[in-house]
Design a protein around this ligand. Structure first.
Ligand SMILES: [Zn+2]
Length: 306
């Protein structure tokens, strides 16, 4: 058994020190909500025996050639055995932040296997139905929805994709009808980006986790208990981290989308955590703006009781 497998089996709280002196210990395990990082921008929430997935992506397609160049026509394929192994319990809901392959790829298989419902924008619905997802399984959202799942709620917020070197990004585009079945990673277009807040009783987790950009006015004043924040590709987004923290003032900060995306889950070389610079940036930013938040730098596939 590997070290990682041992850790996967343990449910524990591990919070990297952060925030202001005297800040209350937050990850107390008292909320009844547990969170697990699936790698890349994938997350799983577990509460009251119910499960919600966000952008599950365990296949980690090796989309870079030997020279490190991105292969834009890399064929789509799901590592179903990894999904079976790690996502064996039924999620009742899957939240899609946008249409890109590293967010949407595995959702059709999860729906086929478990019959889960999905929330996404219109383009995401077309991409999913083109891959065999029944239209009735997809709840189309745009922004402002506050959906009651009777025991928890989901709020949907319009968001933005990360903007890279030339202020653009890979595979933009929107769809108004189902396309031919997607074959390569370029076929899974962004189709708009969304953020989600899941609230269980009075405990809320805000997932601005799929991209490293957002609409500040959409999220201002939300005050979630936990903010899961995309932490790569924001060099050209003005004051990215501080604006997100000031707007939401979460008590616990968790980095997302901060690993190499390609090292396989069953590769012993897979680091336990993502880029340590992501948690460090959250910690430093919270300190700089005087926010008494703690930072959780999660181990991949490990459950944390919030
Ligand atoms: Zn993307």
């Amino acid at each position: 058994m590997s070290r990682r497998q041992v850790l996967i089996g343990s449910a524990a709280v591990a919070v990297a020190g952060a925030g202001l002196p005297g800040a209350p210990a937050f990850a107390s395990g008292r909320s009844g909500v547990s969170l697990r990082w699936l790698g890349v921008a994938g997350w799983e929430l577990l509460f009251d025996g119910r499960r919600v997935l966000i952008d599950p992506y365990l296949s980690r397609l090796p989309v870079f050639d030997k020279e490190g160049k991105f292969i834009a026509d890399y064929p789509l394929s799901v590592r179903k055995e990894l999904v079976d192994q790690h996502l064996g319990a039924r999620p009742e809901l899957v939240l899609a932040t946008h249409g890109h392959y590293d967010h949407l790829l595995e959702i059709p298989y999860v729906v086929e296997k478990h019959g889960s419902r999905v929330i996404g924008a219109e383009t995401h619905r077309h991409l999913l139905t083109a891959q065999g997802v029944p239209p009735d399984n997809v709840i189309v959202a745009s922004s402002g929805e506050h959906l009651d799942f009777h025991g928890f709620t989901v709020q949907v917020f319009r968001s933005l994709h990360s903007q890279f070197g030339a202020y653009g990004y890979f595979a933009p585009g929107t769809l108004t009808a189902p396309p031919p079945p997607p074959a390569t990673i370029s076929d899974l277009v962004e189709g708009g980006s969304l953020a989600y807040m899941v609230t269980v009783r009075d405990f809320s987790v805000l997932f601005m986790s799929g991209t490293a950009n957002y609409v500040e006015r959409e999220i201002a004043g939300l005050r979630p208990d936990v903010l899961v924040l995309g932490m790569s590709g924001h060099a050209n987004v003005y004051d990215y981290t501080a604006r997100a923290l000031r707007a939401t003032r979460a008590k616990l900060l968790v980095p997302s989308h901060h690993d190499d995306m390609v090292t396989q889950l069953d590769d012993p070389a897979l680091p336990l955590r993502g880029n340590p610079g992501a948690a460090a940036e959250l910690t430093e930013t919270a300190r700089r703006i005087g926010l008494a938040a703690r930072v959780l730098d999660p181990e991949i596939l490990r459950w944390y009781e919030l």
